[in-house]
Design a protein around this ligand. Structure first.
Ligand code: CUA
Length: 329
């Protein structure tokens, strides 16, 4: 293989390490296992059909070269109608019918397996981030915590255009349609962070609409939920206090909520426990003070097209606001 082709291919393969980007062939829960169970037999059936059809094509080409035929129209009937009926109709119908019946039971399982659960989580797609709501009033964004080893129901909808919720290692895609609630469910068999992605083109930042499902041990999940459901921490120290006041007076509070304060807008992600999340801007940056500054000062440079305007605060004021935000754990 020439070097200029070989190197990009190797880089592509090297980037496909476990989990990132996620693969349906590395299932981490019962739904994804069903998908994998369907995928392999379908692949091998397709390979077998391709080999037989391509083999017959090559056979026909080689034979016609050897032949002494002068006319393009063959008048002599060789295998004739029975061959067409068997190879062209009966065998394909048998294969497609078999695959259909085989996939029906898996599809039924995909729909019903997660029905038996007490925990429902609402996931609302926005251009371009995910709002996540728990039954106890907890609101977060872009990272969905679930207890490991048990199914969790998802109620999926959208606030603007059609999005599609897809976590390849856990569950199939489900469309999120404005004005409609589609149900799905999640279950992870081992603790971990599973990357998901919006799977319906929804505009400029469709690629940067990443969601993480974090499967926690039951105690860790309870602890996470208890923390998330609480009001925001009071600022500690003068700088953080000034940061909070600046947040409330500036345009920040016009879009974001921080529970326990007067900021209660729901245009952008809830920031009550911002620092408990590992990424910023639906996966566009890792969470950290420097990234927060970049994000707030140049939102259009970090994530072009998003609704957030650049901050009007001075460097000194911004630094105080970031100090406050960093206390929101
Ligand atoms: Cu949301 Cu693509």
């Amino acid at each position: 293989m020439p070097v200029r082709i070989c190197v990009p291919v190797l880089l592509l393969l090297a980037s496909c390490s476990a989990g990132d980007p996620p693969s349906i062939l590395e299932p981490a829960g019962p739904a994804a296992e069903r998908v994998e169970r369907l995928w392999w037999p379908m692949l091998w059936i397709s390979v077998a059909v391709f080999v037989v059809v391509a083999g017959m094509l090559v056979f026909a080409i080689l034979r016609s070269r050897k032949g002494t035929q002068t006319s393009l129209i063959r008048t002599e009937v060789r295998w004739g109608d029975p061959f067409i009926a068997i190879a062209g109709v009966f065998i394909p119908a048998l294969i497609l019918g078999g695959v259909y019946i085989f996939s029906l039971s898996e599809m039924r399982g995909l729909a019903s397996d997660g029905a038996d659960t007490d925990l429902s989580i609402e996931v609302i797609g926005h251009d371009w981030w995910w709002e996540v709501r728990y039954p106890d009033g907890t609101v977060t964004a872009n990272e969905i915590h679930i207890p490991v080893g048990e199914p969790v129901r998802l109620e999926l909808t959208s606030a603007d255009v059609i999005h599609s919720f897809w976590v390849p290692q856990l569950q199939v895609k489900t469309d999120q349609i404005p004005g409609r609630v589609n149900e799905s469910w999640l279950q992870a068999d081992s603790p971990g962070r599973y990357r998901g992605q919006c799977a319906e083109f929804c505009g400029l930042q469709h690629t940067n609409m990443v969601v993480y499902v974090v499967a926690d041990a039951p105690d860790d999940f309870e602890a996470w939920l208890a923390n998330e459901s609480s009001d925001a921490a009071e600022p500690v120290g003068n700088v953080a206090e000034r940061g909070r006041d600046l947040f409330m007076e500036s345009s920040c509070a016009g879009c974001h909520a921080i529970r326990g304060t007067e900021a209660s807008a729901e245009v952008g992600p809830d920031l009550t426990h911002l620092m408990s999340r590992e990424t910023l801007g639906a996966g566009v940056l890792p969470m950290g003070p420097k990234e927060l500054i970049d994000f707030v000062t140049d939102p259009q440079g970090t994530k072009p097209g998003m609704s957030m305007p650049p901050s009007e605060l001075t460097d000194d004021e911004l630094s105080a606001v970031i100090t406050y935000l960093q206390e929101l754990r």
